[in-house]
Design a protein around this ligand. Structure first.
Ligand code: PLP
Length: 421
């Protein structure tokens, strides 16, 4: 678990001419005032804002091409199908997957993870089998496995984390046994920002004949991701955190695995034939897309990916690292403020607590200054428990944020200090 392959790009020198303000102009929502102050949006890990091109793609679909996909012979249906499938091809290229068969559209990361648990898990795991998770997972990468464990009498093992929020070195491999079938890990932690060495961890899991599921919800907005290079078996993410619409997400799965998995929801589009004597299933990836999909969402996600390709994921990764470093240094100057999650390899997230102030009060006061951050357990209650705190305040970054945004956060935290002397 030493060198982080995923960080190769981020280790290059920063791109000097990356101008966040140039890109920020593409996000109409960011031009507004909140409580009379310019909006400083630092809640990107919850959901990211949408560039005009994504908004236009969705509006254009509904105003010019709206129709159902795959089943129509008329012009609009063919156009809608072509746009929907073009979006799938953009996702394939974005993740560097081998084929569009491996790209399943879902409602989001949560649904993608539940799909793996219920389809792969129920058909391949047996009582006494083991799943390894880490202590820094989002609830979406814990609860589906707990439900499965209850259904099948599986055991869940948990990789502990250190005081800096890293996975405890050496602890991981000791958790494997001949019954370990699957490892499910966040690529980047939403509560702490830790970037896990998933390439190396995947190699270890494969040596133990276990499959690897990666929760990429917080990684894809910050880093270039190559599923073939990571060599993971499944990868999940949400469109809305990637500057695309809500209600659309992606499950990448290796074709050979998806091919042998049963459908997890039944209905239209996922079948080849239906008879009362029994039904047969459509080819990949449609076997896993029952019912009318979120067509406009997929098209919007495709537009978001096109936009990110123009910005450049390498540029985003370099800039994110720089901005994160600046934010961490500035926040640490504030008296009584403690960063939660100080791993050397991080992406996008600055979680903190302030002595004598409940995080919800921090969030409410900085909101009055126009600064949007998130407070709470961030759907990662085990992380809060590990650090002995009920909640944190979390500023989460996107490439349209600037040092000035972080200065505004620091100034707003000054107001918090004034109130809670
Ligand atoms: N996994 C991680 C790491 C997350 O940060 C989130 C959302 O915050 C999720 C999963 C769930 O994503 P969604 O609610 O879009 O399904």
């Amino acid at each position: 678990m030493s060198a982080l392959t995923s960080l190769r790009a981020a280790a290059k020198p920063a791109v000097a001419d990356f101008d966040p303000l140039h890109w920020r102009r593409d996000f109409p929502i960011l031009g507004q005032k909140v409580h009379g102050k310019p909006l400083i949006y630092l809640d990107n890990a919850a959901t990211a804002q949408k560039p005009q091109s994504v908004i236009d793609a969705v509006a254009q679909f509904y105003s010019q091409s709206n129709s159902n996909v795959h089943r129509g012979v008329h012009a609009l249906s063919e156009r809608a199908t072509a746009q929907y499938e073009a979006a799938r091809a953009k996702v394939r290229d974005f993740l560097h997957a081998a084929s569009t068969c491996e790209i399943v559209f879902t409602r989001g990361t949560t649904e993608s993870l539940n799909l793996i648990a219920q389809s792969y898990g129920r058909s391949h795991l047996r009582a006494g089998d083991e799943i390894i998770l880490s202590h820094l997972e989002h609830h979406s990468n814990i609860v589906p496995w707990q439900l499965l464990a209850e259904q099948l009498h599986l055991d869940i093992k948990v990789i502990p984390i250190t005081d800096t929020g890293e996975l405890l070195p050496g602890a991981y491999e000791h958790l494997f046994s001949p019954r370990t079938r699957l490892v499910a890990l966040a690529h980047v932690s939403n509560a702490l920002g830790t970037l896990n060495p998933v390439r190396e961890m995947t190699a270890i899991a494969h040596r133990h004949h276990a499959l690897v599921v990666l929760d990429g919800a917080q990684a894809v907005p910050h880093l270039p991701v190559d599923v073939q290079e990571l060599d993971c078996d499944f990868y999940a993410f949400s469109g809305h955190k990637l500057f695309g619409p809500t209600g659309i997400g992606v499950l990448y799965g290796r074709e050979a695995l998806l091919a042998e998995m049963p459908p997890w929801q039944g209905g239209g589009d996922m079948i080849r034939t239906v008879r009362f004597s029994g039904s047969t299933w459509n080819e990949l990836p449609y076997k896993f897309e029952a019912g009318t999909p979120h067509i406009a969402g997929a098209i919007g996600l495709g537009a978001a990916i096109e936009y990110l390709n123009a910005v450049g994921m390498d540029n985003i990764a370099h800039y994110d690292r720089e901005l994160l470093g600046y934010g961490a240094r500035e926040l640490q100057r504030i008296q009584g403020l403690k960063l939660i999650g100080t791993a050397p390899h991080k992406a996008g997230v600055l979680s903190f607590v302030m002595q004598g102030v409940h995080p919800h009060d921090i969030g409410t006061i900085v909101d009055q200054e126009g600064v949007a951050i998130r407070t709470g357990h961030h759907c990662a209650m085990p992380v809060m428990e590990r650090f002995g705190i009920p909640a944190t305040a979390r500023a989460s970054l996107a490439f349209y944020n600037t040092r000035a945004d972080l200065d505004a956060l620091v100034a707003a935290l000054g107001k918090v200090r004034e109130v809670f002397r």
